[in-house]
Design a protein around this ligand. Structure first.
Ligand SMILES: NC(=O)C1=CN([C@@H]2O[C@H](COP(=O)(O)OP(=O)(O)OC[C@H]3O[C@@H](n4cnc5c(N)ncnc54)[C@H](OP(=O)(O)O)[C@@H]3O)[C@@H](O)[C@H]2O)C=CC1
Ligand SMILES: C[C@H]1O[C@H](OP(=O)(O)OP(=O)(O)OC[C@H]2O[C@@H](n3cnc4c(=O)[nH]c(N)nc43)[C@H](O)[C@@H]2O)[C@@H](O)[C@@H](O)C1=O
Length: 320
């Protein structure tokens, strides 16, 4: 696993690149990075015109457009509460989207595809930092096992299509991400945007307290989405192995530390109250990203700078 079996490629700036999920946190950052690098032939159909759970629509799209490269950043995504509340949607929608896109990409001559998974594919009590080899060595975290099973199936599908059809499909496993265009829903989002919005609204309303879920003890590793976008394009050019590749910042904080940092960046001056009735989820999931580091990639954005950048974006763009 993790072996390199192709030479590095240089993506042709005029090649047709399909970014599935281009309006989301990850897809929008990848699209912006591609544009900055001079890619001019991006395929960006909105969900209203191409529902990726519709197998025949996906096949027709690929047959008509024949993209050269595909970055699969479309998925049903959410935080701990959403994963726990909508297990059927998390497993079924993700299996449908990834199966349709990977299969049609292969059938229609796509040169290379990158599939995005998540650090939640690893066992709840995996060794830390978590190496790629920890996959399928133990039980999953129950709050996100449905999503994780779909993502593991995506990794395996890329591997199977490489083995049987020689299709150049690779998989990247990002850690917890954040940045502009994140989902700031009060209940269904991830912790960082949820807290940013809650602290901001408390500041505006002059509230004395903000409630944060769980014990504050879990550790999480955060990566700014611009770093992820950079890593994705790096992997598209430099990696064509069978094994999936971890993408992390290498830095972890407790949820308590994160809450204090978000509070400071937003400028909320009241107290934090912990709601112990909410789940903590997995206690720790620091990724071992040494495979990617060994290929020559390093992250650039610190958590504090990333939070400042994201809060600026939130103030300018989020619906209030
Ligand atoms: N956010 C995170 O912390 C992490 C994310 N990832 C992975 O990164 C990828 C992208 O996640 P992220 O950007 O956060 O998610 P978002 O929810 O921000 O974006 C998901 C995108 O997928 C699109 N989409 C969803 N369902 C469909 C559908 N049926 N047809 C067409 N498009 C659809 C959405 O379209 P629309 O805009 O119309 O809703 C949206 O553009 C996912 O694979 C996720 O697992 C991995 C680790 C951490
Ligand atoms: C990226 C990753 O994201 C999910 O896993 P998670 O890391 O557990 O994600 P989370 O960001 O929702 O929570 C992190 C921690 O933070 C605590 N927490 C405090 N207060 C709030 C809060 O207000 N909202 C949320 N969502 N969490 C909160 C929360 O209780 C937990 O201890 C999965 O969807 C998984 O599938 C996945 O891929």
């Amino acid at each position: 696993m993790g072996d390199l079996n192709n030479d590095p490629i240089k993506l042709d700036r005029s090649a047709k690149i399909y970014v599935a999920g281009y309006r989301g946190l990850v897809g929008s950052a990848i699209t912006a990075a591609l544009r900055r690098l001079g890619f001019s032939n991006l395929l960006l159909p909105p969900r209203s015109l191409l529902d990726l759970t519709d197998q025949s629509a996906v096949e027709s799209f690929f047959a008509a457009e024949k993209p050269a490269y595909v970055i699969l950043a479309a998925a049903k995504v959410g935080g701990i509460h959403a994963n726990n509340t909508y297990p059927a949607e998390f497993i079924a929608t993700n299996l449908q989207i990834q199966t349709n896109v990977i299969h049609s990409a292969y059938r229609n001559g796509v040169v290379k595809l990158l599939f995005l998974g998540s650090s939640c594919i690893y066992p709840k009590f995996a060794p830390q930092p978590i190496p790629e080899s920890a996959l399928l060595t133990g039980s999953l975290e129950p709050t996100n096992e449905w999503y994780a099973v779909a993502k593991i199936a995506g990794i395996k599908m890329c591997q199977a299509y490489r083995i049987q059809y020689n299709f150049d499909a690779i998989s990247a496993m990002p850690t917890n991400l954040y940045g502009p265009n994140d989902n700031f829903h009060p209940d269904n989002s991830h912790v960082l945007p949820a807290l940013m919005r809650r602290f901001h609204e408390a500041k505006v309303l002059g509230s004395k307290e903000v409630v944060v879920w769980g014990s504050g003890a879990p550790l999480r590793e955060f990566l700014h989405v611009d770093d992820l976008a950079d890593a994705v394009l790096f992997l598209m050019e430099k990696y064509s192995g069978l094994g999936h590749v971890n993408v992390g910042s290498g830095k972890e904080v407790t949820i308590r530390e994160l809450a204090e940092l978000v509070k400071e960046v937003v400028g909320f001056e009241g107290n934090i109250v912990w709601d112990g009735s909410k789940p903590d989820g997995t206690p720790r999931k620091l990724m071992d990203s040494s495979l990617l580091a060994g290929l020559g990639w390093t992250p650039k954005v610190s958590l504090r700078d990333g939070l400042v950048d994201t809060y600026k974006w939130y103030l300018e763009n989020a619906k209030r």
